[in-house]
Design a protein around this ligand. Sequence first.
Ligand code: C6P
Length: 416
Amino acid sequence: MKYGCRPTLDMLDVKKIKSQFPIFSQKPEKGAELVYLDNAATTQKPQVVIDAITNYYSGYNSNVGRGTYWPATQATQAFETTRNKVQHFINAKSRKEIIFTSGTTDAINKVVSAFLIPDLQVGDEVIVTEMEHHGNFIPWQQACLRKGATLKMIPLRESGDLDHDVFEDLLTSKTKLLAITAVSNALGVVNDLHRLTSKAHEVGGKVLIDAAQLVTHEKIDVQAIDCDFLTFSGHKLFGPTGIGVLYGKEELLEAMPPLSFGGGMVKKVTLDETTFADLPNKHEAGTSNISGVIGLGAAIDFVNGLGVENIHAHTRELTEYALERLREMDGVTVFGNPKERASLISLAVRNVHPHDVSSFLGERGIAIRAGHHCTQPLMDFLKVSGTCRISFGIYNTKQDVDRVIEGLVEVRDFFA
Ligand code: C6P
């Protein structure tokens, strides 16, 4: 679909979109129909993505970048076409800047070991935030501990927004890197990436953005943000698990040692030395997750067909409706009140453990997540061990919101 003729929200037929996700057509023998409200954990998969993976395995299964026979050339073309799709999806300058990884966590770990650690000196500083997912926290923390560097943390204001005044005070000439999530997976806070990035650059720091939760929230433009690295996972974008993307500015990826070593990433190997392939192959050792890449390509087509802005408009409407209903409820606390919120809500039911809430709802076919959401520093800030999280996707409806609210009323009254 051409950009200019995308459907508007009113034209999006959610029922029709939902029918493209086979999981929702299941009629469970026992229990209620699935109300899936755990989209921040992973999204469901549309038939086009499942078909793309099946077609690869049944129609042209081969390794890529090696063979010259027909299934291999077709597989290589599908694989490399996805790289172009990712490039355009995030508006990277060049396809050489797109490296396939197994996910966000893998991409961040690779930047830590190939970019940060080799140059990290005692006394250098890395800045993260109090809202980071452990995947964008522990790798930096461990690198700093190992190398005698300092890990600094941008605190949150009561609303859940970052405290930008403190952030600016944290920046020094020793700031090596700022690692920041675009969207908090536990509070839904959306960060001001342009402002944070430009401030870090003023002191010469590099910036990595964890975009795991951003991909269905807004159209990503790495050139406009001017970040140095950006990572995301396919499975939160209606794509398969086990595939993710590392974007890096070409000059940085060029200067870095390979993310890992092995087949497919070399020009010449002798007993004494190895010369490495050009970007992007230099950073993709071994056989890639080919079906995952092809599935990711189909997921990007699916999302482009709908328009990220339309997905977001729909899920934002549901989020606002849910917030309105939750705020009317006695015995329920919503965490955070950020300036800009993505399509997720963390809450607590008075005197009920989050896991009891999620189990109770789960028995009624309502899928939410409970726990610390891999954000324990944030839970410490909130002074709780965990929360209940509702997160919306394109196939959710107001009826789903009503179902979860009814469930919360029941759980509250049951445990009262
Ligand atoms: N958050 C959630 O339920 P992986 O597992 O590598 O695909 O993504 C890790 C990750 C990194 N950053 C953020 C902001 C995330 O939300 C996640 C994954 C899931 O919130 C699973 S814990």
